[in-house]
Design a protein around this ligand. Structure first.
Ligand SMILES: Cc1cc2nc3c(=O)[nH]c(=O)nc-3n(C[C@H](O)[C@H](O)[C@H](O)COP(=O)(O)OP(=O)(O)OC[C@H]3O[C@@H](n4cnc5c(N)ncnc54)[C@H](O)[C@@H]3O)c2cc1C
Length: 381
C-alpha cells in the first residue's frame, strides 16, 4: 500500500512506522483476550503514553506533543488496523475539550493524567430519546448550595465502564434549548453514578455503558461556561469526525489487506482464487474505495491543520471512510467465505467492527444532511 502514503513527509512516514510497530508489538498480543472477555486492558494506555501517543495535539505545556491532526490520524489508522476496539481506548474521549476549556485545577486533575495514561475518560451525550437529535435530551443539572445535582440517563457510552471520569452533557436551562446546555466533569466513582456494561456486536474489547446519574458534583465540575455546551461540542465536532474516519480507514485497510493475502494463498480449481477474474474485480473495487477513504481522511486532516474551513470535508471523510469500511469488510468476508464466518477469524471482527462506523459521531444520514446544508443548498464547493 506504499502509494497510499505518497503525500507524507519523511517525518510522517517515520512516525507511521513507529505507530505500526507499536500496534504490532503492544496491541496485537492483547486482542484475543480483550475481545473474548470484553475487558479493556488499561496497561495499553500506559504503554501508549510512554511513547507520547496519548498527547498528540495536546499543548506541550499540558504534557502533550503539539503535532497536527494528520499525525493523530496516522496513529489512529495504524492502531485501528490491528484492533479497532483497543484503538478506541487510546483516543482520550472528550479530551480535546479540556485544553481550551479547563481551569488550571481541571487540567491538573483530568488532562495531565489522561496524557500520562493514568486516567481514562468517556464522553456522555446520547440518551435513550436523544441520539441524532441531541437537544431532545432530558438530562439536567440544577444548582445546589454546594454545586450541582445531575440527573440523566446516558446511553451507549464508549469507555464508561472502564473510565475514571466522564464528560457529561446536560441541560442547565432546558427552556433555553441550544443555549441551555452545559458540560460537567464527573468522576465515575461519584456516589449516585451507576454504570451498566452493555453487550454489543463489535468493538468487543472496548467497554460500552448505560450510565445512570443521580449525583451531586461540586461547582468546579462545570467545564467552561454554563449554557455554552453546544458551542463547545460543535467546536470539536469536525476533528472528531476526521479521527473517526481515520479509525474506519484502519479497519478498511485490515479488511483489504487480509483479503488480498488470503486470495493469493487459497486455491480452487487448481489456481489461487486471485486468478479468478471475479475475485480480481472485488479486490480492484475494494482498493478504489480504500484509496478514496485515504484521500478524504488526509485531505480533511491537512485542511484542518492549515486552519481552513473543514465542516464539509470532515463530513465527507466520515461518510466515505465509514461506508468504505462496511463495504470492504463485507467483500472481504465473501472472499474468505466459510473460514471467515468462524468466530475466531480476524476478518469477522473487522466486519463486525466496521458496522459501528456509519452510526457513531453522527450517522451517515446526518452527515449527508450537513453536506446538503453546507454545499448543496448554498451551492458552494
Ligand atoms: C457502540 C456505540 C458507542 C457509542 N458511543 C457513544 C459515546 O461514547 N458517547 C455518546 O454520547 N454517544 C455514543 N453513541 C451513540 C451514537 O452517537 C448514537 O447511536 C448516534 O448518534 C445515533 O443515534 P440513535 O442511535 O439514537 O439513532 P437515531 O437518532 O434514533 O436515528 C435512527 C435513524 O434515523 C436516522 N435519522 C435521524 N434523524 C434524521 C434526520 N434528521 N434525517 C435523516 N435521517 C435521520 C439516523 O441516521 C438513523 O438511521 C454510541 C453508540 C454505539 C452503538
Amino acid at each position: 500500500m506504499g502509494g497510499l502514503v505518497l503525500f507524507e513527509t519523511e517525518e510522517q512516514r517515520s512516525f507511521r512506522d513507529t505507530c505500526a510497530r507499536f500496534a504490532a508489538r503492544e496491541i496485537a498480543p492483547l486482542v484475543d483476550e480483550a475481545e473474548s472477555t470484553g475487558v479493556y486492558p488499561r496497561i495499553l494506555r500506559k504503554k501508549a503514553a510512554e511513547i507520547g501517543l496519548l498527547g498528540l495535539g495536546v499543548p506541550e505545556v499540558f504534557g502533550g506533543t503539539e503535532s497536527g491532526l494528520w499525525e493523530r490520524c496516522i496513529m489512529i489508522e495504524e492502531c485501528a488496523k490491528v484492533c479497532a476496539g483497543l484503538c478506541t481506548g487510546l483516543l482520550g474521549l472528550g479530551q480535546n475539550l479540556l485544553p481550551q476549556l479547563g481551569t488550571p485545577a481541571q487540567i491538573e486533575r483530568y488532562l495531565k493524567p489522561l496524557v500520562d495514561g493514568d486516567k481514562a475518560s468517556a464522553f456522555a451525550m446520547t440518551e435513550p430519546n436523544a441520539g441524532s437529535d441531541v437537544l431532545a435530551m432530558n438530562g439536567r443539572a440544577e444548582r445546589t448550595s454546594t454545586g450541582w445535582r445531575i440527573r440523566a440517563n446516558k446511553l451507549y457510552i464508549t469507555g464508561a465502564p472502564c473510565s475514571d471520569f466522564m464528560i457529561v452533557v446536560v441541560y442547565t436551562d432546558r427552556d433555553a434549548r441550544r443555549n441551555g446546555v452545559s458540560i460537567f466533569l464527573v468522576d465515575s466513582d461519584t456516589p449516585g453514578v451507576d454504570i451498566q456494561k452493555m453487550d454489543k456486536l463489535g468493538h468487543r474489547s472496548m467497554e460500552t455503558g448505560n450510565v445512570f446519574l443521580d449525583c451531586e458534583v461540586p461547582s468546579d465540575a462545570l467545564l467552561g461556561e454554563a449554557g455554552r455546551g453546544m458551542d463547545y461540542v460543535m467546536s470539536v465536532l469536525e476533528e472528531g469526525r476526521i479521527t473517526h474516519a481515520a479509525r474506519s480507514l484502519g479497519v478498511a485497510r485490515a479488511g483489504y489487506e487480509s483479503a488480498l493475502s488470503y486470495s493469493g494463498m487459497r486455491e480452487t480449481f487448481g489456481v489461487p482464487i486471485m486468478q479468478h477474474q471475479a475475485i480480481q474485480m472485488k479486490l480492484a473495487q475494494m482498493l478504489i474505495e480504500l484509496r478514496s477513504a485515504h484521500l478524504h481522511v488526509y485531505n480533511a486532516a491537512s485542511r484542518k491543520d492549515a486552519e481552513m474551513p473543514v465542516l464539509l470535508d470532515a463530513s465527507m471523510a466520515k461518510v466515505v471512510a465509514s461506508e468504505a469500511a462496511v463495504s470492504i469488510t463485507d467483500q472481504a468476508m465473501r472472499i474468505f467465505a466459510g473460514v471467515g464466518y468462524i468466530n475466531d477469524a480476524p476478518v469477522q471482527r473487522y466486519f463486525r467492527d466496521a458496522r459501528l462506523y456509519p452510526i457513531t459521531e453522527g450517522t451517515t444520514e446526518i452527515q449527508l444532511r450537513t453536506i446538503a446544508r453546507t454545499a448543496v443548498l448554498q451551492q458552494e464547493n
